[in-house]
Design a binder for this molecule. Structure first.
Ligand SMILES: [Zn+2]
Length: 151
């Protein structure tokens, strides 16, 4: 959703340190390149513990449940490198214009990130303000999993 409460990417970037700003710009540039309305509307970039930056792109399916989130793509890329996520920024673009917004993980991705990368810094919008929080705090009352893995 692009409700009035969602921070623009420009506002969010203004609050980021250079490392997170690099992630935001990486995600934005990727989304500019691959954006297709209704098909690829979100891109995410994350810095890993090994220093690499990995990315993911939202892939919408004709049946909504089969869709893949950008954050899921990032989590898969991190697993492939056997490295934990240090920080993650996801960017949304909607068909109604060229504006970019900061977007927080959906509930499914919040659980995925909290399971595997609880200490990762995730940028979210809180009352319209861009905020950097830990993945473990995305779902405060979630059931914690025994099989959580953090490299
Ligand atoms: Zn998601």
């Amino acid at each position: 959703m692009t409700g009035p409460g969602r921070p623009t990417l420009a506002d969010a970037i203004g609050q980021m340190d250079p490392g997170d700003r690099e992630l935001a710009l990486t995600a934005r540039d990727l989304l500019t390149k691959v954006y297709r309305p209704g098909l690829h509307e979100v891109a995410a970039a994350a810095r890993l513990a090994d220093g690499a930056i990995v990315t993911g792109v939202h892939v919408e399916a004709s049946q909504g449940r089969a869709s893949v989130c950008a954050e899921g793509g990032v989590a898969s890329a991190a697993a492939a490198r056997q490295a934990g996520i240090v920080a993650l920024v996801a960017v949304l673009r909607r068909p109604d214009g060229a504006a970019y917004y900061l977007i927080e993980p959906c509930g499914v991705c919040a659980e995925l990130l909290a399971d595997h990368h609880p200490a990762a810094a995730i940028w979210v919008g809180d009352q319209g303000q861009p905020v950097r929080i830990q993945a473990a705090d995305l779902l405060r009352y979630r059931v914690s999993r025994q099989r959580r893995v953090e490299p």
